[in-house]
Design a binder for this molecule. Structure first.
Ligand code: ADP
Length: 354
């Protein structure tokens, strides 16, 4: 996999810049760690079985026809394996993959440069594709559809349009917000798939696989204890196994079992739903400051001193799926389950207290 250099700053493009509150050093560290444990084949890619089966058939058919794959769009919350899956597909097709993200494609020459650098059959992966600007999208349309670039040269009356052919490539787009993709862009993807949250059993397998790579001793019930608090997300499961293993090493002999995992997770303030302080802070603010909601996301972000995109992309998907948060046209509401989980009385009783 290659990471594209941003020729404006000469720095590596921060492909994992999904969470603006994370410091760059942390992102770099995370990326190296993630790359070392990223599955490279369908066999090591755990879960998402329906999606994997569909993709295997698509890949087999493309290979038989000796044609590149149709353009693919993956959507779903962060950390569910969209980038990883794109890498697995490239491996399976036996082609190179170039990885970038929409915020790195701000100027026309960014997207033109990357398209012109592609070789036949290669895969271009664009993360956060819903954040592409209009100009970049317009350049992508003919590139995706007919594999050419429309370039204009000269000024006013002498303006000429040049049609530059491109090699046939496959675009894989990833987004946490399919709804924010423009209609014309969405229509140009032949295949659109949603990634699902993982079951506890699947996450336990992810944890055991990662523990194996990192040479951490872990029992089945230890893996399951961590899986239960991983919010259905492999990226979180992988982070937690490392933190739990640190705790096991310092306080015990390094081996992780259920008891040690639960103790470590309590110390990390990860509760039995997998919520951390930020998640609980968000629900608590809705309940205590806004009588349970509805309250707008920007107001909440300001009250919490958090970035609204972090709340929307990182915290909310799981809170919604867990039934702790409700999205209404007038804003976010805490559900009765959220009141119960945080130890409050029900919404009506609570309101009478304030
Ligand atoms: P996304 O692109 O959806 O944000 P990533 O592909 O970067 O997510 O995955 C985050 C991490 O989780 C990766 O480093 C990878 O090790 C792990 N991971 C994701 N999906 C799987 C899977 N199906 N099986 C095993 N590990 C996975």
């Amino acid at each position: 996999m290659s990471i594209i250099a941003d020729d404006n700053t000469n720095k590596k493009v921060d492909i994992n810049a999904k969470n603006p509150v994370i410091k760059p050093e942390a992102v770099e560290y995370d990326r190296n760690f993630e790359n070392s444990i990223r599955p490279k084949s369908f066999d090591s890619y755990i879960g998402q079985s329906a999606l994997k089966e569909a993709l295997k058939i698509t890949i087999e058919a493309a290979k038989k026809r000796e044609k590149p794959l149709d353009h693919l769009l993956f959507y779903g919350p962060p950390g569910l394996g969209k980038t990883t899956l794109a890498g697995v597909i490239a491996e399976q097709m036996g082609v190179e993959i170039k990885i970038t993200s929409a915020p790195a494609l701000e100027r026309p020459r960014d997207i033109i440069g990357i398209l012109m650098s592609l070789k036949g059959g290669e895969i271009l992966f664009i993360d956060e594709i819903h954040r592409l600007n209009k100009v970049a999208e317009e350049i992508l349309y003919p590139a995706m559809e007919d594999f050419y670039l429309d370039m204009t040269t000269g000024k006013s009356q002498t303006v000429k349009t040049l049609r530059i052919p491109l090699p046939k490539f496959t675009l894989i787009g990833a987004t946490t917000k399919a709804g924010e993709l423009s209609g014309p862009l969405r229509d140009r993807f032949g295949i659109i798939h949603r990634l699902e949250f993982y079951t506890e059993e699947e996450l336990a397998q992810v944890i055991k696989r990662t523990a194996g790579i990192l040479e951490i001793e872990i029992s089945d019930d230890g893996a399951l204890a961590i899986a239960r608090r991983s919010r259905g997300t492999p990226r979180i499961a992988n982070r937690l196994i490392k933190r739990v293993s640190d705790y096991a090493l310092v306080k015990y002999d390094g081996a992780v079992n259920e008891k040690i995992a639960n103790k470590a997770l309590d110390v990390l303030s990860i509760d039995e739903y997998g919520l951390d302080n930020t998640d609980r802070g968000l629900l608590t603010a809705i309940i205590e400051k806004y009588n349970g909601g509805p309250v707008g996301i920007e107001t909440l972000a300001a009250a919490l001193g958090e970035d609204s995109r972090t709340l929307e992309d990182v915290c909310e998907p799981f809170l919604l799926q867990a039934g702790l948060l409700q999205r209404t046209p007038r804003g976010r509401k805490a559900t009765p389950a959220a009141y119960r989980h945080l130890g409050y009385r029900n919404a009506v009783e609570q309101q009478n207290l304030f």
